[in-house]
Structure formats: structure tokens, C-alpha cells
Design a binder for this molecule. Structure first.
Ligand SMILES: Cc1cc2nc3c(=O)[nH]c(=O)nc-3n(C[C@H](O)[C@H](O)[C@H](O)COP(=O)(O)OP(=O)(O)OC[C@H]3O[C@@H](n4cnc5c(N)ncnc54)[C@H](O)[C@@H]3O)c2cc1C
Length: 352
């Protein structure tokens, strides 16, 4: 019998496993082959570490090894507002990382009491009189394990949360990301606002000889078509050239109200994007994932197995932060307000 089974070894699950007390029997499951090379499936991500993520890593005493970094390092955001034909540059402090290597690095130094099962797919769970029984598939074989606490750290389309919390439904956005080869230096993180593509935003990031072009779009039949339309326009403007060498997609959450955030249901806890912790304004999710994983570990360590109340309280500040970000949304996504801000040039910088 495990004390805690964690589904998902992304930043939230790996942080939880790292900080759970060694008195607990912990199992960490992920469908990715995080302990083998080459990766069979990549986490689709822009791979930019925002200041909040740098801050929490610093506070945890973690420094990123050089091989996890990628180039170029970016110091400014180029904001293109296609709705009004405006363009501005703003100073930002991101760290450009190889997301796959980042996740592997987080998993590589987990304590020994956290048993890992990678290349293993979580299927379902059920409750019986002795606790929870989870079902998973490892190398084609379906097995079961018992646990006192189950944690869904399995990202935006969390299977754990969909089973525990049927009202959760589908993730709110579909992210499409295509990789193009490039020889040219593009030392900006470009964010593009264009109503004809999405009511969220699109981005271009240079990474290790590639330009990654992505969009977070409302899911639906038209999503891919709108994204391809954006690519055609970017090609026409010479911002990208050639055919994509890699195409990725993933769901992404955008918590617009506090009801979309849920920390637990009975003895099933949620953390990271599975709980709904992600910025609704920028889609920055790595800091929220690490913080919520850490807070869940602290709650379980002090109140096992009745972690629920403490975890809900500890995450109140994260929820408030998301509430505040929602208040900021009109300044980024309301066309009139955004136009006023960009046209004024406030906080922007001139690029030579
Ligand atoms: C296109 C895109 C770009 C983004 N760019 C950025 C960025 O630049 N910076 C930033 O801070 N955030 C970014 N985000 C958000 C960020 O990636 C997430 O918020 C963050 O990864 C959430 O961490 P997590 O640990 O909660 O979940 P995830 O990182 O999604 O990890 C979930 C893990 O669960 C595993 N899993 C899922 N289902 C199962 C199953 N059934 N069985 C076993 N394992 C399972 C997955 O393999 C995965 O390893 C981006 C998101 C997208 C989609």
C-alpha cells in the first residue's frame, strides 16, 4: 500500500515527490520515458522561465545546470498588435530553457523513497473499503496499486481530475506549436495579438537554431485553419521561412474564474495545471506548478492523510494571484484598452 501515488512527473509532480517526507511510501507515474534517451514524447511548451519560476527555484536552493539552458537568452518582448497595426518592445527577464531537459533534470535528483514508474500510463482509479485502487499500464501489462492519497499532477487535460471531478470537462484552449529552422538571430520573444486567430495570443520564440511559432486557440474545427492562416501571414512578412520540421499540440487551461480551480476531491488532490494553477494572462505555468507541488507536499507532511483543509488554505494566495491576473486581462485583451496602452508607449523601450 502506497501513502501517496502521484500521476504526472512534470514540474508539479516532481516538486511534490521531491518534498514529501521520507516516512511516506511514494509512487510517481508518468507516461513519458523520462529516464531514457531519446524522449518518445515531448512536453509541448515555450520553455521560458519567468521571474516567478526563477524566484521559487532560487528559494528552493535549486540552480539550473548549463545543459538545460538553450539560446539565445531573451531580454525583450516584441508585442505585435495586429488588430491595430501597432508594435512595441518591453524589457523582460526570461530564461530560455530546453523544456524536455528541464523536466528530466527535475526528476533526476528525486529522493530514493520516491519510486518512479516512467513509460507508464495511468488509466483509472476506484474507491473500495480499504482506500483507493489505481490502474495503470506498464510495458503493455495492466496492473493495480493501492494508495491512501492519489494526486493528479497530470497537466491541463488531467485524467485524474476528469474522473474525480466530472464537471471539470475539457481544457479551455488548444495550443499548436510548429518548429522552423532558422539561421537568423531573432533575439526577442514575440507575442502577437490578432482577433482573427484567437482571443488569447500567439508567440514566436527562438530556440537552438529554430523558431517556434505557437498559438493558444479556442478548441474546435477551425483552430488549425486559423493557425495555418497566421503562419501564411508570418511567411508573407518574412518572419518565418520554409516548412515546419516539428509540429506539436497540447491542451492548455485558462482559469477565468475561481470555480475552475480545484485543490482536491476527497482523498484525491490536484496540483499544477491539473488544479487550474496557470496564469490566465500569459499562460505561464511552471512557477504555479512548482509552488503548488511544494504546498501540497507541506500539507501532506503536516496533516497526513487529512491534507485537504491545510492545502486549500495554503493555496489561497495562488488563487488570489490568478484572480488578480484576471483583473489585468482587459489591459492586454480588450482591444480599445490595449490600443491606448500601446499607442501611449508607456513602459516600452526603443530598439536600435
Ligand atoms: C504550448 C505551450 C507553451 C507553454 N509555454 C510556457 C512557458 O514558456 N513558460 C511557462 O512557465 N509555462 C508555459 N506553459 C505552461 C506550462 O507548460 C504548464 O503550465 C506546466 O508544464 C504545468 O506543469 P504540470 O506539472 O502541472 O503539468 P505538465 O507539465 O503538463 O506535466 C504533466 C505530466 O503528466 C503526465 N501525464 C499526463 N497524463 C498522464 C497519464 N494518463 N498517465 C501518466 N502520465 C500522464 C505527462 O506526461 C506530463 O509529464 C506552456 C504550455 C503550453 C501548452
Amino acid at each position: 500500500m502506497y501513502d501517496v501515488v502521484i500521476i504526472g512527473a512534470g514540474p508539479s509532480g516532481a516538486s511534490l515527490a521531491r518534498f514529501l517526507d521520507k516516512q511516506y511510501r511514494v509512487l510517481l507515474i508518468d507516461k513519458r520515458n523520462l529516464d531514457e534517451w531519446p524522449p518518445l514524447v515531448n512536453k509541448c511548451c515555450g520553455g521560458l522561465l519567468a521571474p516567478d519560476a526563477q524566484n521559487i527555484l532560487g528559494r528552493l536552493g535549486l540552480g539550473i545546470p548549463g545543459e538545460v539552458l538553450t539560446g539565445p537568452q531573451l531580454f525583450s518582448v516584441r508585442t505585435i498588435d495586429r488588430d491595430h497595426g501597432l508594435e512595441r518592445y518591453y524589457q523582460r527577464y526570461y530564461i530560455n530553457i530546453d523544456r524536455e531537459k528541464f523536466d528530466r533534470w527535475l526528476c533526476s535528483s528525486l529522493p530514493e523513497h520516491a519510486e518512479k514508474k516512467f513509460n507508464t500510463l495511468f488509466l483509472s482509479y476506484k474507491r473500495d473499503e480499504k482506500g483507493l485502487v489505481i490502474k495503470y499500464r506498464e510495458k503493455g501489462v495492466i496492473s493495480e496499486a493501492r494508495t491512501k492519497i492519489l494526486v493528479g499532477a497530470d497537466g491541463a487535460a488531467s485524467r485524474v481530475r476528469r474522473q474525480a471531478d466530472p464537471a471539470f470537462g475539457k481544457a479551455s484552449y488548444l495550443a499548436l506549436q510548429y518548429w522552423f529552422m532558422t539561421q537568423r538571430e531573432s533575439p526577442f520573444y514575440t507575442s502577437i495579438f490578432d482577433r482573427t486567430v484567437t482571443d488569447f495570443y500567439s508567440w514566436i520564440i527562438q530556440k537552438n537554431g529554430h523558431l517556434i511559432v505557437g498559438s493558444a486557440l479556442p478548441p474546435g474545427e477551425e483552430a488549425r485553419q486559423k493557425f495555418e492562416g497566421l503562419l501564411d501571414r508570418l511567411k508573407g512578412e518574412g518572419l518565418i521561412t520554409g516548412e515546419p520540421v516539428k509540429k506539436e499540440s497540447a491542451f492548455i487551461n485558462r482559469p477565468r474564474d475561481m470555480k475552475s480551480i480545484r485543490t482536491h476531491r476527497g482523498e484525491v488532490a490536484f496540483t499544477g495545471e491539473a488544479a487550474g494553477f496557470i496564469s490566465p494572462s500569459s499562460a505561464e505555468g511552471i512557477s504555479y506548478a512548482i509552488k503548488s507541488g511544494l504546498l501540497l507536499a507541506e500539507s501532506i507532511n503536516t496533516n497526513f492523510p487529512c491534507f485537504q483543509k491545510v492545502y486549500r488554505k495554503k493555496t489561497a494566495a495562488l488563487k488570489f494571484n490568478i484572480w488578480l491576473k484576471n483583473r489585468k486581462l482587459p489591459f492586454m485583451y480588450n482591444r480599445v484598452l490595449r490600443r491606448l496602452i500601446l499607442a501611449s508607449g508607456i513602459f516600452s523601450m526603443k530598439i536600435r
